[in-house]
Design a protein. Structure first.
Length: 94
């Protein structure tokens, strides 16, 4: 038996179709919005530097997507997303 290889590559335009397919899965869509719009937001974050995304490959097959991002510290958003209270403001970790 051969062990699976897991790799991460920076998200790029060529990953659009497999990422949108994943975003359309019901259990993913519960947490994300409309897949095409979410893809646009992923790309906007990449361009602006607000987020950094990676496509997960399992033995050279796209298997997932992960990202790190620094939330905009808009107080209204900060208050509406209580989980963010545990993240230090102005933290730079991406």
């Amino acid at each position: 038996m051969t062990a699976a290889t897991i790799t991460f590559t920076p998200v790029q335009a060529s990953h659009r179709a497999p990422v949108i397919t994943m975003l359309a899965e019901p259990n993913v869509r519960t947490w994300w919005g409309e897949p095409s719009r979410e893809w646009d937001l992923i790309m906007e974050g990449e361009i602006s530097g607000e987020s950094q995304g990676f496509v997960v490959h399992l033995s050279n097959v796209v298997a997932g997507y992960i990202q790190c991002w620094i939330p905009g510290w808009d107080e209204a958003y900060y208050d509406s997303e209580p989980w963010q209270r545990d993240i230090p403001k102005k933290q730079s970790w991406c």
